[in-house]
Design a protein around this ligand. Structure first.
Ligand SMILES: C[C@@](CO)(OP(=O)(O)O)[C@H](O)COP(=O)(O)OP(=O)(O)OC[C@H]1O[C@@H](n2ccc(N)nc2=O)[C@H](O)[C@@H]1O
Ligand SMILES: Nc1ncnc2c1ncn2[C@@H]1O[C@H](COP(=O)(O)OP(=O)(O)O)[C@@H](O)[C@H]1O
Length: 289
C-alpha cells in the first residue's frame, strides 16, 4: 500500500524581470510566483531495498534523469544512503512549458522522502539541496506564493489576487537555455520596489524575444489578449490569460483553436503539499499511539 500520495502543483510567473547577470552566466531575476490548482501526482512507497525504483505515466520522462529520481538520489547520497523508495509520477502538467512541473515534482519528492525516511534536515538544508536541482525548486519547497530575487532563491511570501487563468500551450517547446544565452534578451530592467507591482507596471522580459523566435507563441498571445490580459510564463512556451471568473475563462477556452491545448486553473497562494504532509504526519503519530 502507498505510504503517501501527494500533488505537485504548477506555477505561473505573474511577471518576470531580468535585472542583471552573474559572473557564472546565470541571470538575476525579479519575479512573482503563484501556484495554480492543477498538479502532477506522486505516489511514494518506502522499500527495504536501498535505492529508488521509479515509474512515470509519460514514457519519455521515465528515465533516471527525471528530476524526481535526481532529487531522491541527492537526498539519499547526502543523508540516507541505505534508504529506499518506489515512486510513481502521474504526469498531468505539460512539461517544458514554463509551468515548473519538473521543479515541483522534485520539491514534492524532497518533502515526502524527508518525512517518510524520518530525516532530521531543516527547511534551510532542504532549500539548499533543492536549488542544486533548479532555480524554481525553492519556491515549491517553501509552499507560499512569493516574490523571488537572485536566481529565484531569495523568496518573500506574498498574496497576489487569486484570479482564474486560461493556460494555453501552443504546441511547441522553448529551450530555456537558448533564450537566456540569446544576445537580444533584455537584461537591464531597473529593479522594481516589489510591493509596488501591478499588471501594468510589469511584464515578462523574455516575451518579445520568444515571440520573435517562436511565431506560434506570438499567434497564441495575439489570440488570448482579445479575451484577457495575457502573458508568457517563465521562458514559455505556455502563456496565460487572467480572468475575473471561471466561467469567463472557460468561455474563452471554448473558442480556442484546436491546434493548441489549454486548461482553466485558479491561482492559489499556498501549495497543498505542506498541509497534506502535516495531515499525514498527524495520522501516523495517531496510529502509533
Ligand atoms: C525562467 C524560469 C523562471 O521561473 O522558469 P522556467 O521557464 O524554467 O519555468 C526559471 O528561472 C528557470 O530556472 P531553471 O528551471 O533552474 O532553469 P534551467 O532550465 O535549469 O536553466 C537552463 C539554463 O538557463 C540559464 N538560466 C536559467 C535560470 C536563470 N536565472 N538564469 C539563466 O541564465 C542557464 O544557462 C541554465 O543552464
Ligand atoms: N518530472 C519532470 N517533469 C517534467 N519535466 C522534467 C521532469 N524531470 C525532468 N524534466 C525535464 O525538465 C525539462 C523542464 O521541465 P518543466 O519543469 O516541466 O518545465 P519548465 O522548466 O519549462 O517550467 C523538461 O523538458 C524535461 O526534459
Amino acid at each position: 500500500m502507498a505510504d503517501l500520495i501527494l500533488p505537485a502543483p504548477a506555477k505561473l510567473n505573474l511577471f518576470l524581470h531580468i535585472t542583471g547577470r552573474r559572473d557564472d552566466g546565470y541571470h538575476l531575476l525579479q519575479t512573482l510566483f503563484q501556484f495554480v490548482d492543477q498538479a502532477d501526482e506522486l505516489t511514494f512507497t518506502t522499500s527495504r531495498a536501498a535505492g529508488i525504483d521509479f515509474t512515470c505515466s509519460t514514457q519519455a520522462l521515465a528515465g533516471t534523469d527525471n528530476l524526481v529520481v535526481r532529487a531522491a538520489n541527492l537526498l539519499r547520497e547526502r543523508y540516507a544512503p541505505n534508504a529506499g523508495a518506489n515512486i510513481h509520477l502521474e504526469k498531468r502538467l505539460p512539461h517544458g512549458g514554463g509551468l515548473g512541473g519538473g521543479s515541483s515534482d522534485a520539491a514534492t519528492t524532497l518533502l515526502a522522502l524527508r518525512q517518510l525516511w524520518q530525516l532530521d534536515i531543516s527547511d534551510r538544508q532542504l532549500q539548499q539541496l533543492g536549488l542544486q536541482l533548479g532555480a524554481d525548486v525553492p519556491v515549491f519547497l517553501g509552499g507560499q506564493a512569493a516574490f523571488a530575487e537572485g536566481v529565484g532563491e531569495q523568496l518573500r511570501p506574498t498574496r497576489p489576487p487569486t484570479a482564474w487563468y486560461l493556460i494555453v500551450h501552443p504546441g511547441i517547446a522553448v529551450a530555456t537555455a537558448d533564450i537566456f544565452r540569446h544576445p537580444d534578451l533584455p537584461r537591464q530592467h531597473q529593479p522594481l520596489k516589489l510591493d509596488d507591482w501591478n499588471w501594468e507596471n510589469t511584464r515578462n522580459d523574455c516575451e518579445l524575444l520568444v515571440r520573435r523566435l517562436y511565431p506560434e507563441v506570438a499567434n497564441a498571445l495575439d489570440w488570448l489578449v482579445e479575451y484577457a490580459p495575457a502573458r508568457l510564463t517563465g521562458t514559455g512556451a505556455c502563456i496565460f490569460g487572467r480572468f475575473s471568473s471561471q466561467q469567463k475563462a472557460h468561455a474563452a477556452l471554448q473558442q480556442m483553436p484546436d491546434r493548441w491545448t489549454g486548461f482553466v486553473a485558479q491561482g492559489i497562494n499556498e501549495s497543498p503539499v505542506c498541509q497534506l504532509l502535516r495531515q499525514a504526519s498527524t495520522v501516523n503519530l495517531t496510529n502509533q499511539d
